[in-house]
Design a protein around this ligand. Structure first.
Ligand SMILES: [Zn+2]
Length: 628
């Protein structure tokens, strides 16, 4: 709202008549109580109507039954175009592929031209590789130099995971055409770290804001906003707090679109306590019978959850069997949890003051030699390491003994401790954010279909679930603030009516757009500001009259006739012989060939179009016979 018009005005602009390219005329403005002016019609001289369109570059179907401890399989990478801005959400890789399919197909973004010119920014929701694993490939190998936004913990942990993954792929598996350590470093230089609830201005028009997502340390949902249009992207999130993280939360931001993951679209999971009890029971039993337990978990996320769980259990049950976690990655991870303690849940934060929950009494760093120790033990190892490295050696050593909790003779148990929102959680988030529409990603088509129907029924909003490479386009009706000049308002007020919220009324003015701002001013002011001369449009028409008399006499007859017919209008006979009716001008002239005929030249302005047409048809009927 401009400072000139700080009164209570609401404008709806309907008829827009383009004049000099820059400004538009003929507007309809309503007085109301709102301080903002909402604008509804599409108009010709303005930037194209706003669209939200988004493409899922990739959305691999998550296979829930996949063996492994709650890992995220799939690649997240979504392109959003909003109010003329292009934003890429996440840049994940698929851990199940070793070829090109591992990374998203970035040719969807633009086939010609540099990505940096096309994209306004990239946002990474959290450090899981299916959300950030393709980032160094994207920025350093495909080529992107623009800003990459993520939270501080994600910025700290992401390069460690990328480097670990690179080592496995290149050093252990000998893969070629992969990003290097230097590329990870160069990629991370492009990162801008953000705080929760901090509004970050990417440029003059585009702003983003992070919200707490639970899930893993530093995971965030992002609101992307251009003008009055906005999108919320959840990334992975968890609506119930766990032992070390809090629940996801977002305010009632009413975005045009909410893009939510739907990994557990149909599942209402059994209570967490049940799963935890089950897990502890199984580990306890194995240890009691003198067995060894190998727990493959991703170093960051569930490892901390399970460490806390076992630590508390060991303490309570006074157990003596040693617990180890594989060195390196997990130690680093714990270091970051300590560093970003404010991102963990309240209980951990409280406890941290008295006793650091991450300084474990029963859990020690693992040494290769420990694997040969007799007797029971529990070892945490990352799945990556299970494929190649230390943990594989442990696995081979222990696999032959049925007392131990692993394959062949050993027993294998799959347990899901993955921290994704279930159907209930997703519905909860939709209820929190109150979006105009919902888009489901990162899930299995059949299950998404179920959730889609549920969302549409319960919230009465449209729900989309595009396939990979598919684009969804949503029209929006953005509110555009328009400032009104005081002069124009005063002129309207002078007509007697005071603003009334319940009674909208018309206000005419000229709409000026300058530097993407709108102002409604009087046409005189518009002309002055733009340094333009006023043009007048006149319509002209010739009417032939049979009249052998002189032109002056014909004009006199026309005057008398109109004076008697158009009583409510001002009809004048001017000294130069012409006749006027309001702004309409009538002149009589001789016919060039026929002396018995006179030509009436009628001209009127655009504003008097109605009267002009009426008058012309009147004259075409001829003049009454003059009284002799
Ligand atoms: Zn995740």
């Amino acid at each position: 709202m401009c400072s000139q018009g700080r009164s209570t005005v609401k404008a709806e602009l309907f008829l827009l008549f383009s004049f000099a390219g820059l400004y538009l005329m003929g507007s309809l403005v309503r007085y109301g109580e709102s301080q903002r002016l909402s604008y509804h019609t599409a108009f010709a001289q303005l930037p194209p109507p706003s669209w939200l369109s988004l493409s899922t570059l990739l959305r691999s179907h998550f296979v829930e039954d996949l063996p492994g401890a709650g890992q995220d399989v799939g690649r997240s990478c979504i392109l959003v175009s909003i109010g003329g801005k292009n934003v890429m959400l996440d840049c994940g890789m698929h851990m199940g592929f070793n070829d090109d399919r591992r990374f998203p197909d970035f040719s969807y973004i633009t086939r010609n031209g540099r990505l940096t010119d096309f994209l306004d920014c990239v946002i990474i929701s959290h450090f899981h590789l299916d959300h950030c694993g393709a980032l160094p490939y994207f920025s350093e190998m495909v080529g992107y130099d623009g800003p990459i936004y993520m939270t501080h913990p994600t910025q700290a942990i992401c390069p460690i995971l990328l480097e670990d993954y690179r080592k496995i792929a290149v050093d252990k598996k000998g893969e070629a055409n992969f990003f290097t350590s230097q590329m990870i470093k160069d990629c991370m230089k492009k990162v801008v770290a953000v705080h929760l609830h901090q509004t970050v201005q990417v440029d003059d028009e585009l702003e983003i804001k992070a919200y707490y997502a639970g899930h893993v340390l530093g995971a965030a949902m992002f609101q992307i906003k251009v003008g009055s249009e906005s999108v919320v992207y959840t990334g992975d999130y968890n609506m119930t707090p766990d032992r070390h993280l809090g629940a996801a939360w977002i305010d009632k931001c009413r975005p045009n679109l909410l893009i939510t993951e739907s990994t557990y679209a149909t599942t209402i999971r059994d209570s967490k306590r049940c799963r935890e009890r089950d897990f502890l029971k199984k580990v306890h039993e194995a240890v009691e019978r003198g067995g060894k337990v190998l727990i493959p978990v991703f170093a960051l996320g569930r490892a901390q959850e399970l460490c806390i769980l076992l630590e508390t259990f060991w303490e309570r049950m006074n157990l003596k069997a040693p617990i180890y976690f594989s060195t390196g990655l997990t130690e680093k991870a714990n270091h970051y949890y300590k560093l970003f303690i404010t991102w963990t849940n309240q209980k951990i934060r409280k406890t941290f003051v008295q006793r650091n929950m991450f300084e474990f009494k029963h859990i020690k760093a693992f040494d290769r030699a420990f694997a040969d120790n007799p007797g029971p033990m529990v070892v945490f190892a990352t799945p990556g390491m299970l494929h190649a490295g230390q943990s594989l050696q442990i696995f081979r050593k222990w696999a032959g003994n049925e007392k131990n909790m692993l394959e062949v003779k050993m027993q294998v148990e799959y347990m899901s401790f993955s921290a994704h929102a279930d159907a209930k959680g997703i519905m909860q988030l939709v209820g929190q954010a109150e979006p105009e529409s919902v888009l489901l990603v990162h899930g299995e088509a059949k299950k998404m279909e179920f959730l889609k129907q549920k969302i549409e029924q319960e919230f009465r909003v449209s729900c989309y679930m595009p396939a990979n490479g598919e684009t969804v386009t949503l029209p929006t009706s953005p509110s555009i603030p328009v400032g009104i000049s005081l002069g124009l308002l005063k002129r309207e007020m002078a007509q007697g009516l005071l603003p009334d919220a319940k009674k909208p009324r018309l206000l005419h003015g000229t709409l000026i757009m300058k530097d993407s701002n709108f102002r409604l001013v009087s046409s005189e002011q518009a002309l002055k500001e733009l340094g333009l001369a006023e043009h007048q449009l006149r319509f002209t028409c010739r009417v032939h009259l049979h009249d052998p008399r002189k032109e002056q006499e014909t004009a006199m007859r026309v005057y008398s006739h109109l004076k008697s017919v158009l009583k409510e209008h001002c009809v004048q006979h001017l000294p130069d012989g012409s006749v006027t009716v309001e702004s309409i001008l009538i002149q009589a002239a001789a016919h060039s060939e026929d002396p018995g005929t006179k030509v009436l030249l009628v001209s009127w302005t655009y504003q008097d179009e109605e009267l002009g047409s009426h008058l012309t048809s009147l004259l075409k009927k001829g003049l009454p016979q003059a009284a002799s």
